[in-house]
Each structure stands twice: as C-alpha cells, then as structure tokens.
Write a protein that binds this ligand. Structure first.
Ligand SMILES: [Zn+2]
Length: 287
C-alpha cells in the first residue's frame, strides 16, 4: 500500500480515536498526548487494508479475501450469534483480494485513471467488515482495523459525491453455491435507488445494466439480469450502508463462483470484462 503524505495525514486523523481506545485497552497510554497515535501503530493497522484514492467515481471493496493475522487480536468465536445470511461467518472469499487489486489495475490500464480502493488483507477469523460492529469484531485491535476500513469507505464515498455528483461502490465476494455463476446483490434494487431514479430501471435490470452487459460478454449471471436476487447473496452490510438506500452513492455486491476467481487465468478474464463494463458505466452515467 502506498500513502501520499497528505493522505497519510488524513488517514492518521481518521483512525486516531479507535486506535487510542485500543491503546488504552491494550497497554500504557498515559505517555501519549490526547488524540495522538504512534505512527508505527497507525502504519501497522493500515497495512492490513489496501487504500487508494481514486480519479473515477468507482470504489472497489473486498472485505473477505485476506490471509493476514491482526496483531493483538484473537479469533472470533461467534458464540451466541446467529449464523448464515447476515450472521456470523469466518468463510474465506479466496481470490477476491487479488481480484480487487487486479480489477483496479485493469481500470487504470483502460482509462489512465485509478478507481478508489478499500480492500482487506486480514483474515475473516479476526474481523468481518461486511457486518455491523456487534458481529464484526470481538476485541479493540480488530475494531481499529474495522474503523480504518469503514472510515475509508465513508470518506471516499463522500469525496466521490463531492467530485463527481454520484458514483458506484462494487463490493467483491465469493460464493460456494454455484461455481459458474455470479450473483448480484442490490437488495433487489434498493442499493441502486439513485441510479434507477436518474436513468430508469433499465440501468438496473436491462441489457445495458452492469449484469446485462456482463451477460452479453458470456457471464452466467443471476438475476439474468431481470428477476429476484438469490436469498443470502442479495447485498450485505457494505452494500446496504454505502448503497443509495442510505447513501448518495450506489452499491452492487458481486458474489463470484470459483470459475471467475480461482486461478490467475480465470481472474484475468473476469477483470477484463468487469473493468470494461464499469468504465462504460462511469463514462455513460456518471462522468
Ligand atoms: Zn464475502
């Protein structure tokens, strides 16, 4: 992860409060002036999230693909919590961290411009950024990384709206239900309310929608692109929080089958098609 000096200052401010709380909980803090966090601690927590400021109204998120431990954190047990759908899970979305970074690189190659990036490198055993705080973490160290992730999403979405008027959050995941299918999650259109109000429902479920265009490139998509979304894949906490039911930005969750993200070769085809569609969308509907 690269951080420009100005950005580093912003991000440091962003994580000051949770990191201070973590330091209070985990060790001596009395020597630290209020609100100041040791740069080494900030850098350590930020190294667990790929952060990139963008030049396009596209933000790529992937919270479940990382394999790194969170120092000072312990595995979540989920004791007493509901599982499944919106509940507790530690399932690893293998290949999605790579997919997100490769997608960003392909968007840059096509346009000469970077998309925004917020991508986790941490194991889901420690932290689940696609859940509300009560389910997401069980200790202050993981909470600090959660605040880095969601602080960046909040800040970037605000910036996208200020700079471009509107924009799209794409939240990348992997599912084990159908290897050759990519499921769309928008809470059946709710997280793309702004886009639909501006351009009509065709932008959501017509041939020119994101999934309509992907289908035209040979993807097996569900819905196809009209119809009801698959229960369990219809949009999680990130899509609901940063989509236009609650935020000015739109959001779409992608649940990839293994055929789209398992190998480097499969990911190459996936990012080529998806980057093209996202860039077309940004050109046609946002820029
Ligand atoms: Zn996931």
């Amino acid at each position: 992860m690269r951080l420009q000096p100005a950005l580093f200052a912003t991000r440091s401010t962003l994580v000051a409060i949770p990191l201070l709380a973590w330091t209070i909980a985990c060790g001596p803090v009395s020597t630290l002036p209020t609100g100041v966090v040791q740069p080494a601690v900030v850098a350590q927590m930020e190294s667990l999230v790929h952060l990139q400021k963008g030049e396009l109204p596209i933000l790529i998120s992937a919270p479940h693909g990382g394999r790194k431990d969170i120092p000072g954190s312990r595995h979540r047990t989920g004791q007493g919590m509901a599982t499944g759908g919106a509940g507790f899970s530690t399932a690893w979305d293998a290949g999605t961290e790579e997919l997100a970074l490769e997608l960003a690189a392909e968007v840059l190659r096509l346009t000469g411009k970077k998309p925004y990036l917020v991508v986790g490198s941490f194991k889901r055993n420690f932290l689940d950024c696609n859940r509300p705080p009560a389910i997401a973490y069980s200790d202050p160290a993981a909470r600090a990384v959660y605040e880095v992730y969601h602080g960046a999403l909040r800040e970037d979405c605000k910036e996208i709206v200020t700079r471009f008027g509107s924009g799209l959050v794409v939240d990348l995941h992997r599912q084990g239900t159908s290897a050759n299918t990519v499921y769309r999650g928008t809470k059946n259109g709710k997280s793309v309310t702004a886009m639909r109000a501006k351009f009509g429902d065709g932008i959501h479920e017509g041939p020119d929608s994101v999934f309509g265009r992907l289908k035209a490139q040979g993807w097996n998509v569900h819905p196809d692109p009209g119809g009801t979304e698959q229960s369990g894949f219809s949009g999680g906490f990130i899509t609901q929080t940063y989509g236009s039911e609650r935020s000015p930005t739109d959001a779409i969750q992608f649940e990839f089958g293994a055929d789209y993200c398992k190998s480097a070769e499969q990911r190459k085809g996936t990012v080529k098609a998806l980057a093209l569609v996202l860039v077309e969308l940004a050109k046609g509907y946002h820029l």
